[in-house]
Design a protein around this ligand. Structure first.
Ligand code: GLN
Length: 506
């Protein structure tokens, strides 16, 4: 296997610009890697091998003709199957959309193409982005490259796993309650949920519109920042898109300087229910940031405990409304259309056959929460809780620059362990959901391996809205200190195992 698969996107971009590597070579290396390892990992639902190679050749030609290209031009990337892509199927992990090829590109996808990135394919996910393990995908789970018997997180497990499997250097995700950050945490990768409205949702299949936010997934902090800069910015096609300059995330990732920064450790996001190795690596990371010059304080956010229950009222309410569009009339699966059923029966049969159990659970829950007799008691109270969470953040950010916590309470759990226990599954997003509820920016960075199981631990950083650059400043500082301590980036532990096994085969 050639080296490009282990390189960062920034290093690939440098070699492409220098002419020592072609986009075709980089793309071919990723495709070969997908061919050899994705049978085990199953990060991809669709690989566009021929199209990717021809896109790569087109970029190489444009470069050869002297055209000025963007910083990531020619770099391969994977896209979560929740984003519309012309010419490639978009299933959102559901039978409901099996075989559907969208007639338009999501804004994020269009921006990737305009920036010259080469789309390798579409990554696996929990059905309609509902889950924390990819086990709700209608097309079978993704496996965690650190341990193939464990979950890669969810819903964007495919986007995180393809990075850890060295199948792609970059990926796009979407985060409604943690679907970028929790998979990043359990795969030892970087995942960022930008400020709500920072990246366009146009063409992202809607789950819960007031919470959904696309974001970058990468193996290094700088790579995530470079991708963030390509994805972000105002889009008139998304009515909640913010018309303001994108924070300079790339400069922040390059600076990685936390001297004088005030960092608040959230009291409520630790203690009971957190794995000892998660706590230990989290505390070590906090100490590392203190040694790098940050001032550490404890901050209480008493209403964060309401975030999970309020999310499981607001999110399903929006889900029940958004998923009403899958009515078997306009696109997607149609069952019973044989002339013997009424339109209503076709809708019922199609939705019954097309949606999986978790999606049905949430549609039913949301419909109930919005029903006239219960609206105030459920949806109304959840919105009040949401306000209290926003106020906790506002109070905290009046005294600190960022807040930090573990990204998720445990490391990757075994496949199957929580499939029959939705409440246990939902707990995986305990730390990530507050930032979706408030709309502020938030990220997960690798913090090392838990001593008890040798699996990755994630460090979450939360910043005020439109201060996404602070995430990268802290993430880069942490990455620098920890890489020095480990002697190599965390994922080199996996790449190293890989090189050994290849050596063994040779
Ligand atoms: N795991 C959470 C859920 O199941 C978050 C999903 C997401 O962010 N898309 O709702």
């Amino acid at each position: 296997m050639s080296e490009p698969i282990f390189a960062s996107a920034a290093d690939l971009a440098r070699d492409l610009a220098a002419g020592t590597l072609s986009s075709e070579e980089a793309t071919r290396a990723c495709l070969e890697r997908i061919e050899s390892s994705d049978g085990d990992v199953h990060a991809f639902l669709h690989v566009r091998a021929d199209e990717a190679l021809s896109d790569a050749r087109a970029i190489d030609q444009r470069r050869a003709s002297g055209e000025a290209l963007g910083p990531l031009a020619g770099v391969p990337i994977a896209v979560k199957d929740a984003f519309c892509t012309t010419g490639s199927p978009t299933t959102c992990g559901s039978r409901m959309l099996e075989g559907w090829v969208p007639p338009y590109d999501a804004t994020v996808v269009r921006r990737l193409k305009e920036a010259g990135l080469v789309i390798l394919g579409k990554t696996n996910m929990d059905e309609f982005a509902m889950g924390s393990s990819t086990e709700n995908s209608a097309f079978g789970p993704t496996r965690n490259p650190w341990d193939l018997t464990r979950i890669p997180g969810g819903s964007g497990g495919g986007s995180a796993a393809c990075l850890a499997a060295f199948e792609a250097p970059l990926a796009v995700g979407s985060d409604t309650g943690g679907s970028i950050r929790q998979p990043a945490s359990v795969t030892g990768t970087v995942g960022v949920k930008p400020t709500y409205g920072g990246v366009s949702r146009y063409g992202l299949v809607a789950m819960a519109s007031s919470l959904d936010q696309p974001g970058p997934c990468a193996r290094t902090v700088l790579d995530a920042a470079l991708l963030h800069a390509v994805m972000a910015g105002h889009d008139p096609s998304d009515s909640t898109s913010i018309d303001a300059p994108v924070p300079d995330v790339v400069a922040a990732a390059r600076a990685g300087d936390v001297a004088g920064m005030r960092i608040g450790v959230v009291t409520e996001l630790s203690g009971e229910g957190y794995a000892p190795g998660v706590e230990q690596r989290f505390q070590e990371a906090v100490a590392a940031l203190a040694a790098a010059g940050a001032e550490i304080v404890e901050v209480s956010c008493p209403h964060f405990s309401l975030a999970l229950p309020a999310y499981y009222l607001i999110m399903p309410s929006e889900v029940s409304s958004n998923l009403a569009r899958f009515d078997a009339m306009r696109y997607g699966l149609r069952v019973g259309d044989d002339g013997s059923h009424s339109a209503e029966q076709v809708m019922r049969l199609s939705r019954g056959a097309g949606f999986g159990a978790e999606v049905k659970r949430r549609v039913i829950l949301g419909t109930y929460a919005l029903s006239s007799g219960y609206y105030d008691a459920y949806y109304g109270s959840a919105q009040k809780a949401r306000t209290l969470i926003i106020e906790d953040f506002d109070r905290a950010f009046a005294t600190v620059d960022v807040l930090v916590s573990p990204s998720t309470p445990t490391t990757a759990f075994p496949l199957g362990e929580r499939t029959n226990d939705p409440m246990a599954m939902y707990q995986a997003d305990l730390c990530t959901i507050p930032s979706n509820m408030a709309g502020n920016s938030s990220a997960s960075f690798p913090a090392g391996l838990a001593p008890e199981d040798g699996l990755p631990v994630g460090f979450q950083v939360m910043a005020p809205p439109l201060c996404d650059d602070r995430l990268y400043r802290v993430g880069a500082a942490l990455e620098r200190v920890l890489t020095e301590r480990w002697g190599a980036p965390l994922l080199d532990a996996l790449a190293g195992r890989d090189r050994l096994s290849e050596g063994g085969r040779a």
